[in-house]
Design a protein around this ligand. Structure first.
Ligand code: BGC
Length: 475
């Protein structure tokens, strides 16, 4: 019978992404990105024009509201941009209940509008009541009514935008499943929920979190050079960058003659890269995972990379090893996390990966807590090997769209000095060695040694500050 360490080694190898695979994927990313800028493709990279036609330089000023629905939490903030690359921010955060994530559209937009109402009462008390009297009749028609708060709505799901504050939800990701919201204009729905509650708020801009990250990082002006990409590696993954409008073939320029010579921020929705899995690695664990998601056969890149999925991949591998009687000494109860899809948070593989104790005692207590199982050192080593393999594959794959955009835009030859990437999300921030593994993969691409000119900076509050900056674009 094959030993546990041999099996673990074999499985870890299935998660390896060779340098030549990275290059193949980068080439394919560039090809898909270009084809999908030229024309819309149902299963291709969305490459969504955002109607944001400039990035900030730090001198912007004003106070704006921002609502951020990213994954598991809803944040409501007010942001005061001070015009010197700094800002003040007040925020409230609540978890989005499962019943809302999978309920109906009216409850969902109502839930958000109620949180905005509470926020205004708490932080802008008398001011907001005054504004309410002044503006309730004018709300729907006149965004320039005095005392009407302009709101940037960070909505981190694929939306087919038709204006800065208009766009239809294409599909849900990250475990959300509110069926009657698909195809609806999310800004219009949110605005009408706010209006029903007579709140003095105008939804001025729809902002993807990656666009917000790009804007916020550009505003706060890192000492590094020009910010080329805003990206998220958290519950989900995605990136945004500035593209010449003349290169966006599918964008109806006739309707917008004033902006043809400008740039526009593109929300790539790279979670949907290679949905047909022509080039992405595809283990049997990936295949099973995909069938358990509410969006099967979409966001296939995201399902190999982002936080929502890494714990589930580990669970599926452990389930296989347990089925082969190689791991866990006593039977698991039917209700065990081992048998429960989506029960393992990314922090589990991430903390196991980070365990540097000689007897892997941290891994021991995590496995005991999560699966109720005592483990031998050999078992813990096997589990750590798998956790590391899953994390490393995620990081190396993450390098693919980043390298693709850097190469496609010729940023390293066009600009001098550093090329900056603003990033946010729990995976890039906390998964051990994530940036190091991205950089190693960069070196395998045509970027090569120029990798040292790329800075990757954590851009906090992208979705709050960035949304405020987009609401300001609306002025
Ligand atoms: C969504 C993107 C979002 C990303 C990161 C993905 O699932 O489709 O719109 O930017 O998650 O939050």
């Amino acid at each position: 019978m094959v030993s546990l360490s041999t099996r673990a080694q074999q499985i870890a190898e299935e998660f390896e992404v060779s340098d030549s695979k990275i290059n193949e994927l980068v080439q394919y990313f560039i090809q898909e990105a270009e084809e999908c800028l030229a024309e819309k493709r149902e299963r291709g990279l969305p490459m969504i024009p955002t109607f944001v036609t400039g990035v900030p330089d730090g001198t912007e000023k004003g106070t704006f509201l921002a609502v951020d629905l990213g994954g598991t939490n809803l944040r409501v903030c007010s942001v005061c941009l001070k015009g010197d690359s700094t800002f003040d921010l007040i925020q409230e955060k609540v978890a989005v209940p499962q019943s809302i994530m999978k309920g109906d559209s009216a409850d969902f937009f109502g839930f958000m509008a109620d949180r905005v109402g509470e926020f205004l009462e708490k932080h802008h008390g008398s001011e907001s009541l005054y504004a309410k009297e002044q503006s309730s009749d004018a709300l729907k028609t006149n965004p320039s009514t005095p005392n009407l708060y302009k709101l940037g709505f960070t909505f981190s799901f694929p939306v087919d935008q038709s204006a800065l504050n208009r766009g239809k939800l294409m599909r849900w990701t990250k475990g959300f499943d509110i069926k009657d919201a698909v195809g609806k204009d999310v800004c219009a729905e949110f605005q009408s929920a706010l209006n029903i509650r007579q709140l003095p708020v105008y939804v001025a801009a729809l902002v993807n979190d990656t666009v917000g990250t790009l804007m916020a990082r550009s505003y706060t002006k890192p000492s590094a050079g020009r910010t080329l990409i805003g990206c998220i590696f958290g519950t989900g993954t995605n990136g945004a960058y500035s593209e010449k409008i003349s290169k966006i073939g599918k964008f109806d320029k006739d309707g917008h003659p004033e902006i043809v010579s400008k740039i526009m921020v593109i929300n790539t929705e790279w979670g949907s890269f290679d949905n047909d899995v022509k080039h992405l690695p595809n283990t049997r664990f990936d295949v099973v995972l995909n069938t358990h998601t509410p969006n099967p056969n979409y966001h296939m890149f995201e399902k190999r990379v982002s936080g929502l999925y890494l714990g589930e991949l580990l669970r599926l591998v452990l389930l296989e090893l347990q089925g082969e009687k190689l791991i866990f000494n006593k039977p698991c109860a039917d209700s065990s996390a081992l048998y429960t899809p989506w029960s393992i948070d990314t922090s589990v593989p991430s903390l196991i990966d980070a365990d540097k104790t000689s007897d892997l005692s941290e891994t021991e207590s995590i496995v005991l807590k999560v699966f109720g199982q005592e483990t031998t050192l050999e078992q813990r080593q096997a589990i750590q090997l798998i956790a590391k393999a899953i994390g490393k594959r995620s990081a190396r794959l993450s390098a693919v769209p980043l390298a693709g955009i850097i190469i496609k835009t010729k940023a390293l030859t066009k600009f001098e000095g550093e090329i900056d990437i603003g990033a946010d999300g729990s995976v890039v921030e906390f998964y051990p060695g994530f940036e190091k593994n991205i950089r190693e993969a960069f070196r395998a691409t045509p970027i090569g040694a120029e990798e040292s000119r790329i800075s990757i900076g954590i851009a906090k509050d992208g979705s709050g500050v960035g949304a405020a900056l987009c609401a300001l674009v609306a002025e």
